[in-house]
Ligand binder design. Structure first.
Ligand code: G6Q
Length: 540
């Protein structure tokens, strides 16, 4: 196979980049009144304006050709067919089956998995409804009012993000907390003000072996037993989500409170599986179904929309354009919605764990950049801190600005203010502020060089009607499939995470060396030895 960077299309894109890199968005807009309409697309309830990107019709033509040459359509068909495209783990990648409507067929190894998906969803709905209406109680008969999800990484970021995103749809009489960190303060703070008799712990772990989660789950177990005075309370105060049912049983969690999923669901692609149980308890089964319908609508859009109107494909190709041809190192995600405050962190894992790879599918070290660094903050908060660098710094940071037309609070005028900021930022980033404009405004000459903003900073604007469950589903699926598109172009496995697996075992060797009764003979490098020694002396 020809290496990506040696292909004719890659070279054509490089040449095209050299030809247009100095073109300013001011010129592109001035010369083409139809640009905003032509470079917009809509699907699954989302509207994408990508006109403020440093692209021309020729750029798009070449990027679509790149997608064609890299087999995006073929690999997408393979993914949807249940083929084992996660080759390094020999697994299918079928999170789309988690939101497939009842009665549709999606197979892994020739077996239709959709009936099992709905069996679990139905069991989750029964459990969630029982908790919400008080039919399922704690050990003492008190209603469950507090739900604490214990899990990390893919078993944490999605549930936490979704709970905050859909807070307006949640049962306000209940409290939801999320414990991920092995730092004991995380558990301690999350439970400090809770009545154990009203608290349900959901232990979420695909493998049910992760050190942080198993440690926090054991702490939670001890907390319940201590507060309620009996081991017998555990059954009523724990539920588990895992693919490792044996591990759950050994921990002592009732099979009736255990919800499974499958090895064809990656951790970071699992918020719409049973891992979303806390979300379902918060917003109720109907809202959860609406979220799944939003995911599914975007799956269908990705599968069927032509390239020029295919939102995930466009987003993915634009990311490749900046990453590989403009040498942009990062992409900023700026949701103009306080409820989406955790969305950048969620996308950080989704994208960086998926596409932070240095070898291709054949195991060859790549000679091109793969996944960009993803980061972000909710607007307008970011504007008063790091946007300075976006406007006037020396780095190119393409950003996605995400906004909603209907507010979730009754403060509609404040919503107009919020959206005015979004529109103003995308405008200022694209068009900047010239010395002439500053002069015309009466800005003193000595300040001019410092106040000039050169513009030509690219943004995508994503607009939706309202941040509701369906919109959240399609927004997440938009990025899932954009990640897939990028991974396919780079010919990497977006569904394994060997770097994370490495991290999971690193601390194991040091844990016994911190034992208070041990006098370990340290054999690390001199820096690590000294740090461990200092910690042992000072920890008190
Ligand atoms: C996700 C990753 C990783 C994983 C966590 C938790 O894709 O694999 O973030 O979700 O390490 O793993 P468990 O769910 O197995 O505890």
């Amino acid at each position: 196979m020809t290496a990506l960077t040696q292909t004719a299309i890659w070279r054509a894109l490089k040449a095209h980049h050299a030809a247009i890199e100095d073109l300013h968005l001011r010129t592109l807009f001035a010369d083409d009144p139809g640009r905003a309409i032509r470079f917009s697309a809509e699907g699954a309830g989302l509207f994408l304006d990508y006109s403020k990107n440093r692209i021309t019709d020729e750029t798009l033509r070449l990027l679509f050709l790149l997608a064609e040459n890299c087999g995006v359509a073929e690999r997408r068909a393979a993914m949807f067919s249940g083929a084992k495209i996660n080759t390094t783990e020999r697994r299918a990648v079928l999170h789309m089956a988690l939101r497939a409507p009842r009665g549709t067929r999606m197979t892994v190894d020739g077996v239709d998995v959709v009936p099992d998906v709905h069996k679990v969803l139905d069991a989750m709905a029964r459990f969630a409804t029982g908790i919400r209406n008080g039919e399922i109680t704690g050990h003492t008969g008190k209603r469950i009012r507090n739900v604490v999800n214990i899990g990390i990484g893919g078993s944490y970021l999605g549930p936490e993000m979704a709970y905050f995103a859909l807070r307006a749809f949640s049962d306000r009489s209940m409290i939801f907390r999320f414990v991920a960190n092995v730092d004991g303060t995380d558990f301690h703070e999350a439970t400090l003000d809770l009545d154990a008799a009203e608290t349900l712990f959901i232990v979420s772990s695909k493998t049910f072996t992760t050190l942080e989660t198993m440690t926090n789950a054991a702490t939670a177990r001890a907390w319940i037993v201590e507060k309620l005075g009996t081991d017998a309370a555990v059954g009523k105060h724990f539920a588990a989500i895992s693919t490792n049912i044996g591990g759950v049983t050994n921990f002592g969690i009732d099979v009736a409170n255990t919800f499974g999923f499958w090895d064809w669901v990656g951790g970071r692609y699992s918020m719409d599986s049973a891992i979303g149980l806390s979300t379902m308890i918060a917003v109720g089964p109907d809202n959860f179904s609406a979220m799944l319908a939003g995911f599914h609508a975007m799956d269908e859009h990705f599968r069927t929309a032509p390239p020029s109107r295919n939102l995930p494909l466009l987003l993915g190709l634009l990311s490749v354009w900046y990453n590989n041809f403009f040498s942009a190192q990062t992409i900023g995600i700026m949701p103009y919605a306080a409820h989406l405050a955790r969305f950048p962190a969620y996308l950080q894992q989704l994208q960086m764990e998926s596409n932070g790879k240095h070898v291709d599918l054949d195991g060859q070290v790549v000679d091109y950049q793969t996944g960009p660094i993803i980061w972000g903050e909710s607007g307008t908060d970011g504007q008063h801190s790091f946007y300075q660098l976006l406007h006037q710094g020396t780095k190119l940071v393409p950003c996605d600005l995400i906004g909603f037309c209907s507010p979730l609070s009754p403060l509609t005028e404040q919503h107009d203010l919020l959206m005015a900021n979004l529109f103003a930022q995308s405008e200022a980033l694209a068009f900047g502020k010239t010395a002439e404009a500053l002069k015309a405004e009466g800005s003193p000459d000595f300040q001019t060089p410092f106040r000039v903003a050169e513009g030509n900073r690219p943004t995508n604007t994503i607009l939706a009607q309202k941040l509701d469950p369906a919109t959240l589903g399609s927004l997440v699926a938009l990025y899932e499939h954009s990640v897939f598109t990028q991974g396919t172009i780079w010919s990497i496995d977006s569904f394994d995470q060997w770097g994370v697996e490495l991290g999971k075992v690193l601390a194991i060797h040091i844990i016994p060396e911190l034992d208070r009764d041990a006098e370990p003979k340290l054999s690390h490098d001199t820096s690590t030895n000294a740090l461990i020694g200092r910690y042992r002396r000072l920890r008190g």
